[in-house]
Design a protein around this ligand. Structure first.
Ligand SMILES: *Cc1c(COP(=O)(O)O)cnc(C)c1O
Length: 393
């Protein structure tokens, strides 16, 4: 069935599922490392690309391929490559698109390891980078150099909730002959489709909203054109951070409920953000759905909704935040996000500790910032949990 012209929710449920001789409604798990050829000629033809078909599961696997096709359709891309983790996606994109002597401009508040990988490791191979607030379009334009090949934007950024105008960033990148890459993990394709806004590559840690059940680590990379897709796929096949069929099967199952999970978590997040904003012990709240967010209008233009992530700071800074985190009972004290269960964490000492204090502050990740990833529980219970924890602060 061709689902490409169908609606987003129909794609979530049906896209990519292969026709199966036994009538299986879901994609079977092809738990195999390799695929037997009928004869030597068929093997040679498959390697030569003259005949479609599977060869070896690092190169391609039907279960993984079904998920890749679904995500490609959800992001309106030419093709998708699944990876063993979100960082497998980030590193493969850097590796595929940047050569020695090239320069990348990136959002200062990116996911910590995405920056450390560039600063500490790709720098060893002569790749240059500049990190800045990419929501400042004049600063972004000024940071472009003759050797800039990639503009890398994380929007909304994690956990500073800074939003970059993706269409404008695409124009700036393209005027310089560079590609725009967007880490869309925080929004998911339900809320934001960067390729439609002009981006060339979109990637996700599917560990988060796409899988949504906190039981898989994985990533995906979707390219707008076949040429860029092939370049990235070749890199993943060579470097080896491919997705496993069992992993893909779990993600394909989680993916089907993306819309209803996001709708519920987002409604919870809106109620909690409003409640926190009124709480006397809360210093500030950053949520994309509050008019107090500096980019409230851009969010409404660029995204289908404000999502399920809240950052806030308790009066009394780091110590007060720690007391809050030690006293919540329903929310788990854990990094990650996008699952059905609510999680709370402290980015400055956890996810963003590796990037150093100066870079962290420049990225909007203050010492006392608490990140609250809202799940799909009853909102009354989540608020009661925060209320009793704040009483200990
Ligand atoms: C978690 C995350 C990553 C890394 O993904 P893993 O699956 O943990 O490797 C990259 N970008 C963002 C925005 C993330 O939240």
């Amino acid at each position: 069935m061709d689902t490409r012209k169908m609606g987003f929710n129909t794609k979530l449920v049906h896209a990519g599922i292969p026709e199966d001789a036994l009538g299986s409604v879901t994609t079977p798990v092809y738990q195999t490392s390799t695929f037997a050829f009928r004869n030597a000629e068929q093997g040679a033809n498959r390697f030569a690309g003259k005949e479609a078909g599977f060869i070896y599961s690092r190169i391609g696997n039907p279960t993984v391929g079904a998920l890749e096709e679904a995500v490609a359709q959800l992001e309106n891309g030419a093709g998708c490559t699944a990876t063993s983790s979100g960082m497998g996606a980030v590193s493969s994109v850097y590796m595929a698109l940047l050569n020695q002597g090239d320069h990348m401009v990136s959002t200062a508040g990116v996911y910590g390891p995405s920056r450390v990988l560039m600063d500490k490791h790709f720098s060893r191979f002569g790749v240059e980078s500049t990190y800045l607030d990419t929501s400042d379009l004049e600063a972004l334009k000024a940071a472009i150099r003759p050797n800039t090949k990639v503009v890398y934007v994380e929007s909304p950024s994690n956990p500073s909730m800074i939003v970059t105008d993706i269409a404008a960033a695409a124009r700036i990148a393209h005027a310089a002959g560079a590609l725009l890459v967007v880490d869309n993990t925080f929004a998911s394709p339900f809320l934001q489709r960067p390729l439609d806004l002009g981006a060339d590559v979109v990637l996700h840690s599917i560990t988060k909203f796409i899988n949504g059940h906190a039981d898989v680590v994985g990533g995906v990379i979707v390219a707008k054109t076949e040429a860029v897709h092939k370049q990235i796929r070749a890199m993943v096949v060579m470097m080896g951070p491919c997705m496993d069929p069992h992993q893909a099967s779990l993600v394909a199952r989680g993916l089907k409920t993306l819309s209803i999970r996001m709708e519920r978590a987002q409604a919870n997040a809106m109620a909690i953000a409003q409640w926190l904003e009124r709480h006397p012990k809360v210093e500030w709240v950053s949520y994309l759905g509050l008019p107090s967010h500096p980019q409230y209008e851009l969010v409404k233009r660029q995204m289908a909704g404000p999502g399920a992530m809240i950052s806030f700071e308790v009066k009394g800074g780091v110590e007060a935040g720690a007391r809050l985190m030690d006293n919540v009972k329903l929310a788990a004290l854990a990094v990650s996000l996008g699952g059905v269960e609510t999680l709370i964490c402290h980015p400055a000492s956890m996810t963003h500790a590796s990037m150093g204090r100066e870079a962290r502050l420049a990225g909007g990740v203050t010492d006392g910032l608490v990140r609250y990833a809202v799940g799909i529980e009853d909102v009354e219970d989540l608020i009661a949990d925060l209320d009793q924890a704040l009483a200990h602060v």
